[in-house]
Design a binder for this molecule. Structure first.
Ligand code: KIV
Ligand code: ZN
Length: 531
């Protein structure tokens, strides 16, 4: 094994999915995992199984279907580790990733209870013991155990070295040093990795991993500094999505390593030609838009605007281009489909874009494609991605769908909306006025379904350019202490808004139904115990 190979541990489906507003359903997670396999990442962290039944099921299904090494997260607790194992056990190769907090701030905040020790010294000793026990327990299920020292970025180096040594002694073969709060500077973070290499006597028995958050915009720089100082695994996400300001971006790390081979003698096994498809798929499924000037995958990453640059590019591309668009899989020409492209043409293009489709899914997306192609002569790749995202977001369990929408408005009249909503029990129809067309429409939906909610966010974006561009609307609503999201697309933004709002209400209704079923189940089992 070469010393200079850098392992890519992708955590888009775990840390990335913790991005505000990004919630992926099982189908979307599986599609992304398949795409990550094409991208050739070394390890896919598929989720945190103990955290919810949906997370457990997603890890399980990915373990069943995808061949890469699948990892799952677990706190340093037996129940978590057992749940991770149960979700992973069908995978061909899997890793249990367990973690404990190690900074004083975290220890005092999370382990304040006296049962963890009377003071910081005792609590620190408890954390070491818990970490060792967790690794040893995980080892009973697999050889491949990773240990993370949460908030290592703000952990005292002497104590951090003790924790890491203990984790390796217990059997961890990868030790991860997260800068959980994105607090460190590259020189500081790199030094931490170098110090661990010096101080931890069994460090050669494990791979050092870096996991950097982007709160100060330094996640990628810190990760590269970690590599320069001895780390051989990088934890990162597609498009850099993740908690708060996100994680280190996979595409930036992979391309920095590839482009600067002259300076930086390392390599990854990433298939860079799959970067663009991966980036677009993650964006359309999560609804998290890529900023235009984002390195490597932003809309403007390869656009040359000024005359001097354009002139230079025409004479010699190397004047202003350090990466060719083809290296990261940006298509050279825009492929356009239309009404006459047919089912086969559509299927072939979707496969090229990285999607896997059953016949049933193909049929559904083909119907939406025909409706779109009727309104819009040219259908671009981005339109297709949005159709796929829209289709996968609709759930079989959805109770309501928009059947009809009528808006009356003008410069001097009060906007009025009439909606007709279809459900399994028939139709609901209502009209309402509002401050604008969208408000009127939401009021009419609430009146028809007799539900109201607090709208906490509303975003519209145009998917492709032109007058007939598809509009995508994302909404987030609050009911009690819970948030629900919905997405709608249409060439008409008011219709897209209505669909998005109905979808968010569907999410709320599905959650309510699940709660009811759970409590019925609980009372039945209480009853049977009483009998
Ligand atoms: O940022 C962090 O510390 C994490 C750990 C759980 C690895 O995501
Ligand atoms: Zn993290």
């Amino acid at each position: 094994m070469s010393q200079n190979r850098i392992y890519i541990f992708d955590t888009t489906l775990r840390d990335g999915e913790q991005s505000p507003g990004a919630s992926l359903n099982i189908h979307e997670k599986l599609e992304i995992a398949r795409q990550l396999e094409k991208l050739n990442v070394d390890i896919i962290e598929a989720g945190f199984p103990i955290s919810s039944p949906a997370q457990f099921d997603a890890v399980k299904i990915i373990s069943d279907e995808v061949n890469a090494v699948i990892a799952a997260l677990a706190r340093a607790k037996e129940v978590d580790i057992k749940a991770a194992y149960d979700a992973l056990r069908s995978a061909k190769r899997f890793r249990i990733h367990t973690f404990s907090s190690t900074s004083d701030i975290h220890i005092m905040g999370k382990f304040g209870d006296a049962r963890y020790g009377k003071n910081l010294t005792e609590k620190r000793a408890t954390v070491i013991k818990m970490s060792q026990e967790a690794v040893a327990y995980a080892k009973t299920f697999t050889e491949d155990v990773e240990f993370s020292a949460e908030d290592a970025g703000r952990t005292d180096i002497g104590y951090l070295a003790e924790v890491i040594e203990a984790a390796i002694e217990a059997g961890a073969i990868t030790v991860n040093i997260p800068d959980t709060t994105g607090y460190t500077f590259p020189s500081e973070y790199g030094k931490k990795i170098a110090q661990l290499k010096q101080r931890v006597k069994n460090i050669n028995q494990a791979i050092i991993s870096v996991h950097c958050h982007n709160d100060l915009g330094l996640a990628v720089a810190n990760s590269l500094s970690g590599i320069e100082n001895g780390a051989r695994q990088v934890e990162c996400t597609v498009n850099g999505i993740g908690e708060r300001a996100g994680n280190a971006s996979l595409e930036e790390i992979a391309m920095a390593i590839k482009v600067r081979g002259d300076l930086f003698d390392y390599y990854t096994n990433i298939n860079t030609k799959e970067i663009y498809n991966s980036s677009r798929m993650v964006s359309s499924y999560t609804g998290i838009i890529i900023q235009p000037n984002k390195a490597i995958v932003g809309e403007n990453a390869f656009a040359h605007e000024s005359g001097i640059h354009q002139d230079g590019m025409l004479k010699d591309r190397n004047t202003y281009e350090i990466i060719t668009p083809e290296t990261v899989g940006v298509p050279k020409t825009k492929i356009v489909l239309g009404r006459h492209s047919g089912r086969h043409g559509l299927k072939a293009r979707l496969i090229e874009l990285g999607y896997t489709l059953t016949e049933n899914e193909l049929q559904k997306v083909y119907e939406s494609f025909l409706t779109l192609a009727d309104k819009k002569k040219e259908v671009f790749d981005d339109d297709l991605r949005v159709l796929m995202g829209d289709q996968s977001h609709q759930s079989e369990q959805d109770l309501y769908t928009l059947d009809y929408l009528q808006i009356n408005m003008g410069t001097f009249s009060i906007p009025t909306a009439t909606v007709k909503i279809k459900s399994a029990n028939g139709y609901f129809q209502e009209s309402a006025t509002g401050d604008g067309a969208v408000d009127a429409c939401f009021n009419a939906i609430e009146r028809a379904l007799k539900i109201n909610s607090e709208l906490t966010s509303y975003h519209v974006r145009s998917v492709t350019s032109g007058r007939q561009a598809l509009g995508e609307v994302n909404v987030r609503i609050k009911k009690g202490n819970h948030f629900y999201t919905g997405r709608g697309i249409s060439t008409d933004v008011i219709e897209a808004s209505a669909k998005a709002y109905i979808q968010a209400l569907n999410q709320f209704k599905i959650a309510e139904k699940m709660k009811d079923e759970e409590s019925k189940q609980n009372s039945l089992s209480e009853l049977s115990q009483a009998v």
